[in-house]
Design a binder for this molecule. Structure first.
Ligand SMILES: NC(=O)c1ccc[n+]([C@@H]2O[C@H](COP(=O)([O-])OP(=O)(O)OC[C@H]3O[C@@H](n4cnc5c(N)ncnc54)[C@H](OP(=O)(O)O)[C@@H]3O)[C@@H](O)[C@H]2O)c1
Length: 243
């Protein structure tokens, strides 16, 4: 027997859907018959991703850090079923002593404040039975040295998810917490550094490799469809929290 609410003909909106985890969610949802709309800040990337997803996929360039643009996007979009937020920029990891606190505040702009704006302006358009899936990261539960700010953002998203589940009920609100995944998020590293990271992290994990975007996408699809869980963070990390 399938999950409670299938995605056939459901309208799924993915902010951050032009690349990585968001693009994989868009492809998987479209393959299950969902009508997908993606948005990200770069028009060219949105267009390429929309072509890649195929079917009835639509795309629009929206800077989700711009509250007015987010509000306008949802007003124009109309009603839909599921909101997925995967927008994120490259991480700036630093030890606390050399952290510039003004700059550190910016780490919350996209992952926290933009997610909150998306939920504020998107949730009134969510149809009965719909849901919201946010994105955090396993660093909130398993921080490493140098991850003080990034891990704080992740913990904040978990708390936000629980609070929104109460605030917006009966809309279900959940989050996915990935471990290291092979995506453009790591593009501020040289390709050699990046491959070294993937290899060394992968070897240290119980599953023996880092994640691929489609591994993580399955968690979003589950949370959209299962119909009963809310306020939860689903960890998909290859066992990072165990080692
Ligand atoms: N990859 C990992 O190892 C990992 C681990 C834990 C958590 N995560 C989290 O997973 C989420 C997705 O990351 P990813 O790994 O899939 O990275 P990604 O491939 O770089 O995707 C990030 C997406 O966010 C969009 N984006 C960036 N700035 C934006 C803005 N101002 N407005 C709208 N869209 C914006 C990007 O498109 P444009 O550039 O076109 O705007 C892109 O579609 C992030 O929150 C990340 O922190 C990732």
């Amino acid at each position: 027997m399938g999950l409670g609410n299938g995605l056939e003909n459901k309208r799924v909106v993915i902010l951050g859907g032009s690349s990585g985890i968001g693009l994989a969610v868009a492809e998987e949802a479209a393959s299950q018959g969902a009508k997908v709309t993606i948005a990200s800040s770069d028009a060219e990337r949105v267009q390429k991703a929309t072509e890649c997803i195929g079917g009835e996929a639509q795309g629009q360039a929206v800077d989700v850090a711009d509250e007015r643009a987010v509000a306008a996007f949802f007003t124009k979009l109309g009603n839909f079923d599921h909101l997925v937020f995967t927008a994120g920029d490259s991480l700036h990891l630093q030890d606390l002593a050399s952290t510039d606190l003004k700059q550190a505040r910016r780490a919350f702009e996209l992952r926290y404040w933009a997610a909150l704006a998306a939920v504020k302006y998107g949730s009134p358009h969510i149809r009965k039975g719909g849901s919201i899936v946010l994105t955090t990261g396993v660093a909130g539960r398993r921080p490493h040295k140098g991850w003080v700010v990034a891990a704080s953002v992740c913990g904040t998203i978990e708390a936000l998810t629980r609070a929104l589940a109460v605030e917006l009920a009966p809309i279900r609100v959940n989050a996915v917490s990935p471990g290291v995944v092979r995506t453009n998020l790591w593009q501020n590293m040289s390709s050699a550094e990046r491959e070294h990271l993937y290899e060394s992290v992968g070897k240290s994990l119980p599953v023996g490799r880092v994640g691929e975007p489609h591994d993580i996408a399955q968690a979003y699809l589950f949370l959209m469809q299962e119909g009963f869980g809310t306020g939860q963070t689903l960890v998909v990390d290859g066992g990072t929290v165990l080692v």
